[in-house]
Design a protein around this ligand. Structure first.
Ligand code: ADP
Ligand code: MG
Length: 416
């Protein structure tokens, strides 16, 4: 979002305690959101820079990927500088920036009742540049960020929701919505079958399991597969990957693309990547995502992993309630996105803890506890099988039978 000042996150996460931010190398206040953290990057490779070599060996591949990362870091600096410049221009009170910037989304906001130039300017300056972002953000946050009054904000939210047809729906509307639901292939026929023909859009899917059970690999594979045309099991769309653990590997995307005979440069370019350095940052990236989905044709959002930061930041008994509340709000942000965009699939991963004191039944539970279990629409438990094999078990899905599927993780990605 475009606002440089700290934003109180609607009281969702704040217990006001300072923590050391590894990214900015300075102290931050917990519960406040910092603009410096907003760095989305696209994995773009300049065609002229890298000669295409049909028989490139792994070493060459690695160095290519390193180059991508170096370029990316430079790009990120540019992006931030650009944002700061834009902001200065805005601060200097010129309406031109906004008016020149007007795109389709902004046009839609302009048409809301009571939105004049001043209101529009405040909204855009605060990062609300689409109907979706207004409808989807709690009014209190819009108010805090934009400085608009509560009545104006309430009116704007209501009008945006009406425009987007959010709220009570008839069963017929729900049926209409479900007609827009599509599916992404996982690459494994068995796994697709478990989901009733691929992972469906319009809901949040949680993969949970122990370390190395394939959660991150599935996330990578879906970022490639979502870009396939519909007839090949994709959605002809792009992916947004929020990495909280630093385990995103472009090299794997390259391997998986090549496994499907796809141009990996194109595939990388269509993955928008955000590294979340702490839970506040993670929450902010998802809020920002509401603005990106339409503009960048995003059909898949990955949060890998959902809980990790929350678990390490909220330590001790006294913090459990706040932690669960914050995770709950974050998960609802994700659910709301799928409510607005039927052709969006949200995948979250969740690492489970072993519970050595449980001797029967399932010895593992998802770390988020009950909150995550109830918020997600579809939950799948992963465990290791023989060698490269993994077993997926459908735990909780409103309309899918319980069952298991065996799939493999190979160099080329997920297969049967
Ligand atoms: P997690 O569930 O912890 O996210 P991952 O999705 O990272 O686990 O899965 C890690 C596993 O994926 C490894 O143990 C390995 O079996 C498999 N894997 C990762 N990279 C490759 C590769 N290049 N070729 C084959 N298998 C791989
Ligand atoms: Mg992982």
């Amino acid at each position: 979002m475009a606002k440089a000042s700290e934003i109180n996150n609607g009281g969702q996460s704040g217990n006001g305690e300072p923590y050391f931010c590894k990214e900015c190398k300075r102290n931050h206040t917990k519960g406040k959101i910092y603009k410096d953290h907003l760095k989305f990057a696209r994995f773009e490779i300049d065609k002229n820079e890298i000669e295409e070599k049909s028989e490139s060996n792994e070493k060459e591949l690695e160095s290519e990927v390193e180059e991508i990362f170096e370029d990316l870091e430079e790009d990120e600096d540019d992006i931030i500088e650009l944002n700061e410049m834009e902001e200065e221009e805005l601060d200097s009170d010129s309406n031109e920036v906004i008016i020149n910037d007007a795109n389709m989304c902004v046009e839609a906001i302009k048409k809301l009742p009571g939105v004049g130039e001043a209101t529009l300017k405040k909204l855009i300056k605060a990062g609300f540049s689409s109907l979706e972002s207004i409808a989807y953000t709690p009014p209190k946050i819009i108010q805090n960020e934009s400085g608009l009054g509560d009545k104006t904000t309430a009116k704007l939210v209501k009008a945006s929701m009406a425009q987007l047809k959010i709220g009570f729906k008839s069963a017929e509307d729900v049926w209409e919505y479900r007609k827009n639901i599509s599916r992404i292939t996982t690459g494994s026929q068995e796994l697709d079958d478990l989901f009733g023909g691929g992972i469906e859009t319009g809901c949040v899917v949680e993969f949970f399991g122990e370390f190395r059970t394939g959660k991150t690999q599935i996330a990578h594979q879906l970022c490639v597969n979502v870009q396939l045309p519909y007839e090949d099991g994709g959605l002809n769309g792009n992916a947004l990957y929020i990495d909280t653990e630093g385990t995103f590997r472009p090299e794997r995307i390259v391997q998986m693309s090549e496994g499907l005979d796809l141009d990996y440069k194109k595939i990388l370019k269509n993955i928008i990547f955000g590294r979340a350095y702490n839970s506040d940052h993670q929450i902010l990236l998802i809020k920002e995502a509401a603005n990106l989905i339409k503009e960048k044709n995003i059909k898949l959002i990955i949060v890998d992993s959902l809980i990790g930061h929350f678990r390490s930041e909220y330590i001790g008994r006294g913090t459990l309630a706040t932690r669960q509340q914050t995770i709950n709000a974050h998960l609802h942000d994700l659910l709301r996105l799928t409510d607005i965009f039927p052709e969006l699939c949200v995948i979250v991963t969740n690492q489970v803890q072993s519970k050595p004191d449980v001797f029967y039944g399932n010895p593992t539970v998802a770390t988020g506890g009950n909150i995550v279990a109830h918020g997600s629409t579809i939950r799948v438990y992963l465990r290791k099988g023989k060698g490269e094999q993994r077993v997926a078990k459908m735990i909780d899905a409103p309309h899918l039978p319980e069952g298991e599927a065996v799939f493999s993780i190979t160099e080329n990605g997920i297969t049967d």
